[in-house]
Write a protein that binds this ligand. Structure first.
Ligand SMILES: Cc1cc2nc3c(=O)[nH]c(=O)nc-3n(C[C@H](O)[C@H](O)[C@H](O)COP(=O)(O)O)c2cc1C
Length: 139
C-alpha cells in the first residue's frame, strides 16, 4: 500500500468561526482514524496549513472532502509525494493555533514573521508542521 503525504494551504472564509475548529478536529478524528490518515493542521484565523499522510486513496478521498468545505477557499497544493514513513503517526490530526510557537518559528521557515503559507515552499511548510508537532504532547 503506497503511503503519500499531501500539504496544502488555504484561506479561511467568513463561514469559519473559531469554534468550528473543534468540529473539524472531531471529523478528522472520526474519518482519518477510520482510513488510516494522520497529519497536522495550523490555523491562525486567516490561513490554514495542513498535512495529510496515509494510504494514497485515503488521502485523496479526505482531501477532496476538505477542499469542498465552504469554511475555507482557494486550497493550493504545496506538496504531494510518495513517502516511505509517516512523520505525524501519533495524531489523526494534530492542531496548533496562533500562539507563541508560530511567532517564534515563522522567520525560520519563511521570509517574514507573518504566517502566510501561500508564500511558503512545500519543503518549508512541511518543516514548520514538523516543528509544530514537536510542541504537541505525544499521546
Ligand atoms: C481546514 C480544514 C481541515 C479539515 N480537515 C479534515 C480532516 O483532516 N479530516 C476530515 O475528515 N475532515 C476534515 N475537515 C472537515 C471536512 O471538510 C468535512 O466537514 C468532514 O470531513 C465531514 O465529515 P462527516 O461527513 O463525517 O460529517 C476539514 C475542514 C477544514 C475547513
Amino acid at each position: 500500500m503506497t503511503l503519500v503525504r499531501l500539504v496544502y494551504a488555504s484561506r479561511a472564509t467568513d463561514q469559519m468561526q473559531t469554534h468550528d475548529i473543534v468540529a473539524i478536529l472531531e471529523a478528522a478524528k472520526r474519518n482519518n482514524g477510520k482510513l488510516g490518515v494522520t497529519g497536522m493542521l495550523i490555523f491562525n484565523s486567516a490561513y490554514f496549513l495542513q498535512c495529510l499522510e496515509g494510504p494514497r486513496m485515503a488521502v485523496n478521498h479526505i482531501y477532496q472532502n476538505i477542499a469542498a468545505d465552504k469554511r475555507h477557499a482557494q486550497p493550493v497544493l504545496l506538496d504531494y509525494r510518495e513517502i516511505s514513513e509517516r512523520r505525524f503517526h501519533q495524531w489523526t490530526m494534530g492542531y496548533i493555533g496562533e500562539d507563541k510557537f508560530l511567532a517564534e518559528h515563522l522567520l525560520r521557515y519563511s521570509g517574514t514573521d507573518q504566517f502566510n503559507p501561500f508564500e511558503m515552499s512545500g519543503e518549508s511548510a512541511h518543516s514548520l508542521l514538523l516543528a509544530a508537532a514537536e510542541e504537541l504532547p505525544t499521546i
